[in-house]
Design a protein around this ligand. Structure first.
Ligand code: ADP
Ligand code: MG
Length: 256
């Protein structure tokens, strides 16, 4: 029993109708830890990230960030609802980057990255633009500040999306198959940015990925999902080098 978890899922269950998507899931993630979630399509990986972002209500269980519950206990109607105060506070600690970059098409790279801090953190436009420009330089787009999404490659757009998430000063970054929509030659530039973030910043990171090579190199821990449960987890050496569970073995044989 450890008390040092930064993010803790305890007995978290999520159902859609009859389908149990997450089944009494327990997961502790340490401060600054890098965790890769792998597993077959439909096993609940994205749902886990979405629940941490509070994009979904949970049916049972508790999610805590830094010792504080993101969620209430069960209400009279049987649903576990987010605690509004912790919800705001918790969500502000978390940035998420999706498969499809979801940039505002009518805004430049700079405007996209600067928008959130002005509307949500109350930063002045000047401060926010300065910070956005700095972050865009960090992801290698210092010369593209005034470009619109349509004028950028997929890899560049995804790097703008990463800068935009970072502009909110999150402590936790969630990445959901961020290279899946990219041509293979553009994946490297995005993965390099993520690698650099992990190396140079105190960020707790959860990443869903199908790129086992990257997961192996990037993650402190690999969690293998199957049917709403983590059936196996461990260091990359353990999980990739010596998988114990038959489902992990079958999955890794199929994808590598
Ligand atoms: P993964 O990311 O591992 O591929 P997901 O977490 O996206 O899996 O989905 C897990 C399961 O939940 C899938 O069977 C999916 O079809 C189902 N699911 C996800 N979102 C919804 C929803 N909004 N309504 C109904 N079923 C959903
Ligand atoms: Mg998914």
């Amino acid at each position: 029993m450890t008390t040092s978890a930064f993010v803790r899922f305890s007995g978290v269950t999520k159902r859609y109708g009859d389908l149990t998507v997450l089944d009494r899931l327990d997961l502790d993630i340490g401060w600054n830890e890098k965790v890769a979630l792998i597993g077959p399509s439909g096993s609940g990986k994205s749902t886990l990230l979405r629940m941490l972002m509070l994009l979904e209500e949970i049916d049972e269980g508790l999610i805590e960030v830094d010792g504080r519950p993101l969620t209430h206990m069960q209400g009279n109607d049987g649903l576990v609802r987010a605690n509004e105060r912790y919800k705001r506070e918790g969500r502000s600690r978390i940035g998420m980057v999706f498969q499809n970059f979801n940039l505002f098409p009518h805004m430049t790279a700079l405007q996209n990255a600067a928008e959130g801090p002005v509307s949500s953190l109350g930063l002045s436009k000047k401060e926010s633009h300065a910070r956005a420009a700095e972050l865009l330089s960090m992801v290698g787009l210092g010369d593209k500040l005034d470009h619109y999404p349509a004028q950028l490659s997929g890899g560049q757009q995804q790097r703008v999306a990463i800068a935009r998430a970072l502009a909110m000063r999150p402590q936790i970054m969630l990445f959901d198959e961020v290279t899946s929509a990219l041509d293979p030659e553009l994946c490297g530039e995005v993965l390099n940015v993520i690698r650099q973030l992990g190396d140079e910043h105190d960020l707790t990171m959860l990443m869903v990925t199908h790129q086992m090579g990257f997961a192996k190199e990037f993650a402190d821990r690999i969690c293998f999902f199957s049917e709403g449960k983590i059936v196996e987890q461990g260091s990359p050496e353990q999980v990739f080098g010596n998988p114990q569970h038959a489902r992990t073995q079958a999955f890794l044989r199929a994808v590598t």
